[in-house]
Design a protein around this ligand. Structure first.
Ligand code: PGA
Ligand code: ZN
Length: 401
């Protein structure tokens, strides 16, 4: 079966910004995918093309893809790169490319009668990731709140996905209670995490207390993590916090101290996007998952450099950072072949599109980062609950616990 039509339309994301949806058709079947959007984007990410170019891109993409087999994902993705003609998708836009790419895979899955995760991952894709939940946030997602962009929780003691998300949601609620008890006003940031005018230290203490209560009530052990999004703090010389500026050395030791003090399981982007050495130093110093987002941007060249230098031990996978499913798969494969964990991730601007839930199972991700509350986050979590209830899947074993 071949691609017979490709249609783009403008829709909205969770921040109320315009984004693109792509619909790919074959006979009586069709599938769609919607592009998410980041706020703290890496410099080397695939370029997001303004939606006003929709007509000309639709013409170009549909002309190129019509006639290709829906099952020939690699040709579809290589064709998208060819017609783009650049190395960062500044021609047709990573947003236009990734939606055509993912919609094609969803269509192929639909036609073959498999759920997307099974179509992509095969019969051995039988493990669910743990949900990595953003519970307090600041940085670019809620200016005025914490310096650290995301304070995360991982319900490591849960033995199924439903309980795992229950524990994350309960933690999120308990944090609000803790904030109220301290008379601290809180709003929600872009990903549904609590945004409050508190210090990073207080955020850790509040989460610690909330997770202890969750453990008492549910028996589920929780661990903490952070996404520092340090590129946003870096001014070219120092890491600028509200009350101090840290050199690279000081930043590395601060991260190490936090990892010790709060027994962190996960630290994302502790250093800025070009500091492979700083990443390597921290990775040697701590036992936990050290994850690269802006530094790797789901790009095999940058991941390869990370592997060679020993930077990080975990790779964040965001399909729209690289622009096609094939390149996303290559990034996953390279990371895993080198012993790195992978974490499939949403963007801060999201939609009801639940594709990443399937990718997390297909790719055998250790974690899925997709927030805790908000319809656009819940869409992915509920999809994983559906997958869990329909098929016999177990929770993945976290190796760096
Ligand atoms: P985003 O960032 O705003 O670019 O989606 C989220 C993250 O840093 O993980
Ligand atoms: Zn990040």
């Amino acid at each position: 079966m071949i691609i017979e039509d490709v249609i783009y339309r403008i829709v909205f994301d969770s921040r109320g910004n315009r984004t693109v949806e792509c619909e790919v058709h074959s006979e009586d079947f069709y599938a769609t995918a919607i592009a998410p959007a980041g706020a703290s984007t890496g410099t080397e990410e695939a370029v997001v093309k303004d939606v006003s170019f929709i007509d000309e891109i639709q013409e170009k993409v549909s002309k190129a893809l019509i006639g290709i087999s829906v099952f020939d994902q690699i040709t579809v993705d290589e064709t998208l790169r060819e017609i783009d003609g650049t190395n960062n998708f500044s021609g047709i836009g990573g947003n236009f490319a990734i939606t055509a790419s993912l919609a094609t895979a969803k269509l192929a899955a639909e036609i073959s009668g498999f759920p997307l995760y099974a179509y992509l991952g095969g019969i051995f894709a039988k493990e669910l990731p743990y949900p990595l939940g953003n519970v307090i946030g600041g940085g670019a997602h809620a200016p005025g709140s914490t310096n650290i962009q995301e304070f995360l929780v991982i319900p490591v003691g849960a033995d199924n996905f439903l309980d795992a998300q229950t524990a994350n949601a309960l933690t999120h609620r308990k944090i609000r209670e803790e904030l109220r008890e301290r008379n601290i006003f809180a709003a929600k940031g872009d990903e549904g995490a609590w945004a409050a005018q508190i210090s990073d230290e207080m955020a850790f203490e509040i989460i610690k207390s909330a997770t202890e209560k969750v453990k008492d009530e549910t028996g589920i052990e929780m661990r903490m993590g952070v996404d520092v999004a340090a590129t946003e703090l870096w001014d070219g010389e120092r890491y600028v916090y509200r009350d101090r500026k840290l050199t690279t050395e000081e930043q590395v030791s601060y991260m190490g101290e936090l990892a010790d003090k709060y027994s962190l399981l996960y630290i994302e982007d502790p250093l800025h996007e070009n500091d492979f050495e700083g990443f390597a130093e921290l990775t040697r110093a701590v036992k936990c998952m050290v994850c690269g987002d802006d530094i790797f941007v789901t790009n095999i060249k940058r991941i390869q450099r990370g592997i060679e230098t020993g930077a990080a031990n975990t790779v964040l996978i965001k399909p729209n950072q690289i622009g096609t499913l094939t390149d996303t798969f290559r990034a996953v494969k390279l990371s895993k072949d080198s012993g790195y964990d992978i974490v499939v991730s949403h963007r801060s601007g999201e939609t009801e599109d639940e594709t990443i839930a399937h990718l997390s199972v297909a790719f055998n991700a250790t974690l899925i980062k997709t927030g805790v509350v908000g319809g656009e986050r819940i869409a992915k979590l509920n999809e994983l609950i559906r997958i869990e209830s329909e098929d016999e899947l177990s929770m993945i074993k976290i190796k760096r616990l």
